[in-house]
Design a binder for this molecule. Structure first.
Ligand SMILES: [Zn+2]
Length: 71
């Protein structure tokens, strides 16, 4: 039985894989950091429907017509 040796080489393989993955992650992070912020628009923070200037069109769920709502 040479479980010890097998385990060792598996560990080496895993260590290699983890190293490669870590490198790839840091590459991706670099790419994200370099992305121009102008093309990316941050979505407005979601607010409760207290004072939203542009309300989404209301559609009545009773008769299906927009513009009013039915209880
Ligand atoms: Zn209606």
């Amino acid at each position: 039985m040479n479980y010890a040796q097998t385990g060792k080489s598996e560990m080496a393989e895993l260590t290699k894989l983890v190293t490669v993955l870590a490198q790839q992650v840091s590459e991706i992070e670099k790419k994200i950091d370099n992305r121009p912020s102008g093309s990316y628009q941050k979505p407005p923070a979601a607010r409760p429907e207290l004072s939203v200037p542009d309300r989404p069109p209301i559609v009545c769920y009773s008769c299906g017509e927009p513009g009013h709502i039915s209880r």
